[in-house]
Design a protein around this ligand. Sequence first.
Ligand SMILES: Cc1ncc(COP(=O)(O)O)c(C=O)c1O
Length: 490
Amino acid sequence: MNIVGNPTSAVEETLDPQDWEAVRRLGHRMVDDLVEQLSTVRQRPVWQRVPDPVRAALREPLPVHGQPLEHVYEEFRSRVRPYPTGNIHPRFWGWVMGTGTVTGALADLLAAGMNSSVSIFDDAPSLVEEQVTRWFVEAMGFPETASGLLVSGGSMANLVGLAVARNARAGHDVRAHGVGGTIFTLYASSETHNSVAKAVELLGLGREHLRKVAVDGDFRIDTGALATAIEADRAAGRRPLAVIANAGTVNTGAVDPLHALADLCAREGLWLHVDGAFGAMAALSPELRPRVAGIERADSLAFDLHKWAYAPLEVGCVLVRQADEHRAAFAAAADYLAAARGGLVARREKFSDMGVQLSRNFRSLKLWMMLKEHGFAKLGRLVAQNVAQARHLAALVDAQPALERVAPVPLNVVCFRYRGGLSEPAALDALNRELVVRLHESGIAAPSGTLVRGSYAVRAAITNHRSRRDDFRILVDACLDIGRELEKTT
Ligand SMILES: Cc1ncc(COP(=O)(O)O)c(C=O)c1O
């Protein structure tokens, strides 16, 4: 049988190049440039504004006709590559964004080349994703019965986990009938990330039924207030459904008392979902694991891998303790997707039965390669290194009378502000807001800002494997310089 076919045709077009050798050469250059960009990243500013002429150039008319790839690549080199978000830089600590790795970048290239849809097919990419999620089931201390799915990030992982919670605990077939007239209530601390509220809205549960429970002095959920809220809802005829615990709150890195919450959920018959977007990674370090003790008791656990596992965007993971409950929330039959005796669709455990997407990219490859290259032990050490750096930064801040730390540092997030000789709250907020802008514009460092108990604070969330101790001194010096400058004009 001739399986090669006749590749020459005078009339048909393709997106393949005419000259594969030229693409090979250009591809090698792209890889060289990538290595150059990452290996020299420290020499450039953390961030710089896209200049106006470049902004204008990036608003072109529709390109009806094509041009050589070399030209397009040159444009990328001059107009796109110099102006990244900055989270590849050693002094980027804004929001919670991972650094990425060169292996991850190369793996994404390889994955795109295979262009697999990790969904219903009997192929190696499906086995790779299965392998990676099994590793995380084990690393997080989940039982064999658990299932895992890679998703775009923490927001999607929270949505998937809470969808399973709703369907498993509603007491009727929500997929068929909707939530109906029952008012289901959910509970999370006031420090919880807004993706949880988004998920509750999307699931038709109503944001006003997500109880924002008060926190203690360390920003951990007040379990007494939680128990009272549950009791009040039951007394009013509402149906408590789930508690959402934080393993690392977005603002300060606080970890809710997970064992106490697991006990409470067991007593009350509630689902325990843990948002461990970044904090779950503490479980990978033997030294830090006690700080997230109890995480293994969650019914569902959401965490990101593009944050504190340093993988390039986008990738997060959701684990569900009981795989059958996970599948029951999403499994959807379709004649054209039915499993066969053999061949391409011999697979019975479909990824599309565990989440929202049918077509899914091969995002597991970057993790598979990174984790095999470096190992979980090193990943745990890097997480612990970032926590030690956070302690170091906190000590540097505490040693400066002009600076003030505004929250404890249980993990990798340090919140502080310039105080100088000021005391008026509005002036302090305004100064520190401007300080963060000036820091970004200086290119020296990129923390972000947040409100801690209503006051504006500079916030460094350290999920960066390129940071070195010295980088934090540079941040503190810059905060002092800019703060003093601003204070003069306040
Ligand atoms: C605690 C927490 N949950 C959820 C998210 C959302 O994750 P993602 O941005 O990957 O969707 C974040 C992001 O910062 C987070 O810190």
